[in-house]
Design a protein around this ligand. Structure first.
Ligand code: SAM
Ligand code: PRE
Length: 244
C-alpha cells in the first residue's frame, strides 16, 4: 500500500504558491481528502449503490480527476462481482504514481487502469458511467460547459454521470454560515485556524465553486434530462445525471 502522510502542508501559514496538485500535495493527499471533504467515504458508498442500479456486468467506468485512485479502488471493493473496468484519468504525474502503487494489490482481481491525460480533451471510449468528484471546481468556469457536453456525448443512452463538488449557497448569508460550519468541521479534523486560513488563501481563484443550480444547469444544457442531487452536506453536494 502506498504510504500516505499527514497533511501538514499549511501548518506554517506561509503561502508559497497557489494550490497545485504537485508532489507535495500527492504525498499527503489521502489524508487531506479524508480530513477536508465531509462524508468523503459515505459519498463513495452512495455512488456504489447508484452504479449498481444502472450498470451491467463488464461495463466501463471513468473517473475524471482520479487523483490517487481512492474512489475507483473503493468502488472495486464495493462492487466485486460486477466485473467492471475502471479507468482513472488525471494530469498530475505524482497523483497517478500514487494511484498505480495503491492499485497493485487490486489489479489481480480487478481491471483498474490509470491514464495521464487532460480531462478537457481526453476520449472516453466505451464509457457507461463517468465519475467527476471534486474536480470540475478546478476547471476554469468558461470551460465547464464544453467539458460536461463532451461527457454527455461520450455516454450511451442509459449512461450515468456522478458529479460531486464543493458548492456555494445562493443565499450569501447562508453561504457564510456554511463556510463557518465547514471551518468548524476542519478544526474537528485537527486543522488549526492558521492552516485553514492558509489553505483558503492558496485555493483563492483556483477552486471556484458553483451553486447546485449552476451545476444542474450545466448538466441540463448538455442534454441530461434526469438530474437529482443525491447527497448534500452544507457546502458540498453530489448529483446524479442520467442520459435517456
Ligand atoms: C480534488 S482532486 C479530485 C479528488 C478525487 N476525484 C477523489 O475523489 O479522490 C482534483 C484532481 O483533478 C485533477 N485535475 C485538475 N484539472 C485536470 C485536468 N485538466 N486534467 C486532468 N486532471 C485534472 C488534479 O490533478 C487532481 O488530482
Ligand atoms: O476547500 C477546501 O478548503 C478544501 O480543502 C476542499 C478540497 C476540495 O474540495 O478539493 C480542496 C483541495 C483538495 O483537493 C482537497 C479538498
Amino acid at each position: 500500500m502506498a504510504n500516505s502522510f499527514q497533511d501538514t502542508l499549511f501548518t506554517s501559514g506561509v503561502i508559497a504558491e497557489d494550490f497545485t496538485f504537485n508532489e507535495h500535495v500527492a504525498e499527503v493527499f489521502d489524508d487531506m481528502l479524508d480530513r477536508s471533504i465531509p462524508c468523503y467515504r459515505l459519498v463513495i458508498d452512495a455512488m456504489a449503490q447508484l452504479l449498481s442500479c444502472h450498470l451491467q456486468p463488464g461495463a466501463t467506468v471513468y473517473d475524471l480527476g482520479c487523483s490517487t485512485g481512492t474512489t475507483l479502488l473503493e468502488l472495486a471493493k464495493r462492487l466485486p462481482r460486477m466485473d467492471l473496468t475502471y479507468i482513472g484519468i488525471d494530469n498530475a504525474p505524482a497523483m497517478l504514481a500514487k494511484a498505480r502503487c495503491k492499485s497493485v494489490e487490486y489489479s489481480k482481481d480487478h481491471d483498474i487502469r490509470f491514464l495521464h491525460s487532460d480531462i478537457i480533451s481526453c476520449h472516453l471510449p466505451g464509457a457507461k458511467a463517468v465519475l467527476c468528484n471534486y474536480t470540475l471546481q478546478f476547471l476554469r468556469p468558461l470551460t465547464r460547459q464544453s467539458f460536461i457536453n463532451r461527457i454527455f456525448t461520450a455516454l450511451p443512452s442509459g449512461g450515468v454521470l456522478l458529479l460531486s463538488e464543493k458548492i456555494i449557497a445562493r443565499s450569501s448569508r447562508l453561504n457564510r454560515d456554511f463556510i463557518e460550519i465547514y471551518h468548524s468541521f476542519k478544526k474537528k479534523q485537527g486543522y488549526s485556524e492558521l492552516e485553514i486560513a492558509a489553505k483558503r488563501e492558496a485555493l483563492e481563484n483556483i477552486l471556484i465553486p458553483f451553486s447546485i443550480e449552476e451545476n444542474t444547469a450545466l448538466l441540463r444544457q448538455a442534454g441530461f434530462t434526469e438530474i437529482e442531487p443525491f447527497f448534500t452536506w452544507f457546502n458540498f453536494s453530489s448529483i446524479v445525471a442520467l442520459k435517456r
